[in-house]
Write a protein of this length. Structure first.
Lengths: 113, 112
């Protein structure tokens, strides 16, 4: 089955800095890659996603890049704010059939004011 | 649209007891998923429904676990003869077809 590795496990930045979280996946059949933000006591919330026919996608301060050849994808957050502090999860989904995502282990992002 | 709701939010039980969790998906979402999340891990898939049909179960779902979605609306997840290893956050998510999954706040289970 699919295996998703996520790094780093913890990321500490100063407000205004950029943050980058990287993930790799193993199944070349994966074609949908969502990123989730999970705040304490809440369920994960989708913040951005990318499909395999696109190399990059941007939404305001958040961007995701995908390298299908290398089987890795990354989340970039610019101009970080304290409210960006949360746990971020990447996921990879094999297309067709069940469409069940495999999640990484998460990155705890801490943005210091 | 009130989002996905889960009840109870917290459950403490003694080993060997049975527990049942409920998930109310976003109305008109035909797919409903159950996940388990332990500390320091991402959500792990347990099972999913399309309407009332349970289409896939993970090998994580032992025979002590059972899930139902009568009438294709809310869903229940029951754990029989709970074990300490069952302690986790149980997350429910729903989606319309193969679109974005919306997660509920989860039910935190503690087995003493």
């Amino acid at each position: 089955g699919e295996n998703v590795e996520q790094h780093p496990s913890t990321l500490s930045v100063q407000e205004g800095d950029s943050a980058v979280i990287k993930c790799t996946y193993s199944d070349s059949a994966s074609n949908y890659f969502p990123w989730y933000k999970q705040e304490l006591g809440k369920g994960p919330q989708l913040i951005i996603d990318i499909r395999s026919n696109v190399g990059e996608k941007k939404d305001q301060r958040i961007a995701v890049t995908l390298n299908k050849t290398a089987k890795h994808f990354s989340l970039h957050i610019t101009e970080t704010q304290p409210e960006d502090s949360a746990v971020y999860f990447c996921a990879a989904t094999v297309g067709g059939g069940s469409y069940i995502p495999t999640f990484g282990r998460g990155t705890s992002l801490i943005v210091h004011p | 649209d009130t989002g996905v709701s889960q009840n109870p939010r917290h459950k403490i039980t003694k080993r060997g007891q049975n527990v049942t969790f409920r998930c109310d998906p976003i109305s008109e979402h035909n797919r409903l998923y159950w996940y388990r999340q332990t500390l320091g891990q991402g959500p792990e898939f347990l099972t999913y429904f399309q309407n009332e049909a349970q289409l896939e179960k993970s090998r994580l779902l032992s025979d002590r676990f059972s899930a139902e979605r009568p009438k294709g609306s809310f869903s229940t997840l029951e754990i029989q003869r709970t074990e300490q290893g069952d302690s986790a956050m149980y997350l429910c998510a729903s989606s319309r077809d193969f679109n974005e999954q919306f997660f509920g706040p989860g039910t935190r289970l503690t087995v003493l």
